[in-house]
Design a protein around this ligand. Structure first.
Ligand code: PRP
Length: 206
């Protein structure tokens, strides 16, 4: 028996499609499903908020999880990241107003609005720039427009949200995509079953 914690939201439809292709789940699950726990044969699936997937996997209530690299970097949980699933590709960037893509580097105490305070703080520490992190929960692009922050650290996928709001990516912090993660103890105690799942996902990625 293996248990998966899956991310609801943007990554969900592709995850469910892969599970079907691998014959791990033949029940129809959709991204707006209201069920939270679904059992199919030897597998149980939790549908969790993306930022909570690493928590379920670290605690061992889920053996495996599928989650974005952004969440892995932000949550810093003790889990094993075993495979890049190759979808949900995007970047996390420092973004600024169009006209200032370099100027932000000279601001002494940079005001940074973000949904990702750990990623943002780690990045500015790594380049030795002082900053004040302003945690927001969404529509982060608003912050520099209305004067709450100098820059944002946010996900850029198509780039449309930035463009439509007069902003631009200035520096890429990391490339992102969906990842398969595993509980460290399960990796030892259920090695064979988990290895087969990893091999299955790998065959879909290549
Ligand atoms: C994410 C991200 C950007 C947008 C980027 O927000 O925070 O705002 O998507 O996508 P794009 O480059 O394709 O325009 P999300 O849609 O998750 O909503 P939120 O801002 O309310 O969190």
């Amino acid at each position: 028996m293996l248990t998966f914690a899956l991310s609801k939201g943007r990554l969900a439809d592709k995850i469910f499609e892969m599970l079907k292709q691998l014959n791990l789940c033949d029940i129809n699950i959709s991204s707006d499903d209201r069920r939270l726990v679904i059992t199919n044969g030897n597998y149980t699936f939790f549908l969790a908020k993306p930022s909570d997937v690493p928590t379920f996997v670290e605690a061992g209530v889920a053996d495996l999880g599928v989650v974005g690299k952004d969440t892995i970097l932000e949550e810093k949980r003790d889990i094993a990241e075993v495979l890049d699933l190759g979808f949900g590709k995007c970047k996390i960037c420092v973004c600024t107003k169009n006209e200032d893509t370099e100027k932000y580097k000279n601001i002494l105490n940079l005001r940074v609005a973000t949904k990702y305070p750990n990623i943002a703080k780690n990045y500015f520490d790594s380049v030795h720039q002082n900053c004040t992190i302003i945690k927001l929960n969404g529509s982060v692009e608003l912050a520099p427009i209305v004067g709450l922050s100098d820059v944002i650290v946010d996900i850029v996928e198509s780039g449309r949200t930035l463009k439509e709001n007069g902003l631009a990516p200035a520096t890429t912090i990391s490339d992102l995509s969906a990842r398969l993660v595993v509980n460290n103890a399960s990796l030892k105690t259920k090695y064979e079953e988990i290895y087969n799942v990893i091999k299955g996902f790998e065959s879909l990625v290549k």
